[in-house]
Design a protein around this ligand. Structure first.
Ligand SMILES: [Mn+2]
Length: 426
């Protein structure tokens, strides 16, 4: 019986630039996850620890990170660690991360699989490696394993390791190292450890190919990440026993808030945030606003939510709302910011001409206030709609194709105008 931990896609050194000052916390989380996973491997008495590509975010990561990582490996001298260069950290020669000082003087238990070849793991178990030497390729990296397996004793347990996309119809890029879905059985190997995609994906090639996903989540959409695989191979030809071990430090949660049902959303969001409170320090949270909302209601909801989000490691508001003005708000805008009101009216008109949705900003209503009370300069703009010819004349010099303008683009445009307005008004 051979027992191994199969991990991949640690992406140590990932930037997380979208989280600003909090990014370093996310990078540190990956290091603590690696540390705990190595301890877990020791606890499970694993015979080997595999990293099937993309240990590092790229070949340019800081030297201090490389040293820290090798030191973590050094702390487990009796755990053999096999590291395969992936597409993020390909072995490209002297400029690659694998040639840094820390990897030149590597501890005896650490093995970087720089070139394709076979390693004898002892006990009639062999490791067949096909590392990556570049960032993109249309060649299946598992093809090398066919040659490598051919030279080994038929009764030996053979474990392959490589990195790339599973060649699932319409689900991979042709230049993304496409791995055949029968890559294990066609090479006659018992288990193929791969990496690249960030969600847990077992059961390919009748359970002989596993993509464990990233051990530390890095996206809201990846709801099946945060694991490594514990693999037990009892005998040559047997389908390995594979178990997903959850190891993630941080949890990523994305919660919706639709202004169509604002009241119900607020109470359910409040309840969920309350449930998440005990783990807030380890939660990367995003609340996505959607629906149509007035600027004042949006500001009020933000004011309610922001203090609650402040308790989380990351608490982001992702604003995908479309702005609407009620009659009073519109009249107020026209009085105080006539040019802005005109801009919004123009945006509406362009969207209508672009063949998009019906404008959501109300068309300028007749002035509700007594015109005599307002000086002429602050009266609403006449707001004559732009003609198609005028719109084309505005767009053509910038080479903007009217038909390419999406509803999302217009929503974002209005949002920008309103955000600017709110910042100026503060
Ligand atoms: Mn990759």
């Amino acid at each position: 019986m051979f027992r191994l931990i199969h991990s991949a896609d640690w992406q140590l050194g990932a930037r997380f630039a979208q989280f600003g000052a909090k990014a370093s916390r996310l990078r540190e989380a990956r290091i603590s996850t690696l540390k705990r996973t190595l301890e877990l491997a020791a606890k499970h008495e694993a015979d080997a620890f595999f990293i099937a590509g993309d240990l590092f975010e790229d070949n340019q990561v800081d030297d201090s990170l490389v040293t820290t990582t090798v030191d973590l490996f050094r702390a487990h001298p009796s755990l053999p660690i096999y590291i395969l260069p992936g597409n993020h950290d390909p072995y490209t020669g002297p400029d690659s991360v694998w040639q840094r000082k820390a990897f030149q003087n590597v501890p005896a238990n650490v093995h970087v699989l720089r070139e394709s070849g076979v390693t004898d793991l002892g006990g009639n178990v062999f490791l067949l490696a096909s590392p990556l030497h570049q960032k993109l390729s249309t060649t299946d990296p598992s093809l090398k394993l066919v040659e490598l397996a051919a030279g080994l004793p038929p009764d030996a347990i053979k474990i392959g390791i490589t990195h790339g996309a599973l060649a699932i119809e319409a689900k991979h890029q042709p230049n993304d190292f496409p791995i055949a879905l029968n890559a294990a059985t066609r090479s006659g190997i018992d288990y193929l450890a791969i990496g690249h995609w960030h969600n847990w994906l077992p059961d390919t090639d009748a359970g002989r190919i596993v993509m464990p996903g990233t051990p530390e989540p890095d996206r809201f959409a990846n709801d099946a990440s945060g694991h490594v695989a514990l693999v037990e191979i009892t005998d040559r030809g047997q389908v390995p026993r594979v178990q997903a071990l959850p190891v993630a430090t941080l949890t990523w949660r994305s919660l919706p808030f639709d202004f169509l049902t604002a009241e119900a959303c607020r109470s359910s969001l409040a309840a969920t945030l309350n449930e998440l409170k005990p783990t807030a320090e380890n939660t990367v949270l995003r609340v996505t606003f959607s629906g149509v909302v007035s600027p004042s209601a949006l500001a009020e909801t933000r004011a309610w939510l922001e203090p609650l989000l402040a308790k989380f490691l990351v608490g982001q508001i992702h604003d995908r709302t479309r702005v609407s003005l009620n009659a009073i708000e519109l009249a107020d805008l026209q009085t105080r910011h006539p040019i802005l009101a005109q801009v919004l009216s123009d945006i509406d008109r362009i969207e209508t001409l672009a063949g998009g949705n019906v404008p959501t900003t109300a068309t300028p209503a007749p002035a509700t206030h007594d015109p005599a009370a307002s000086p002429p300069v602050s009266s609403p703009p006449t707001s004559l709609p732009l003609t198609l010819a005028e719109v084309q004349a505005l767009l053509t010099p910038s080479r903007i194709d009217l038909t390419q303008l999406t509803p999302e683009f217009f929503a974002q445009l209005r949002q920008t105008v309103f955000q600017t307005l709110q910042e100026v008004a503060r």
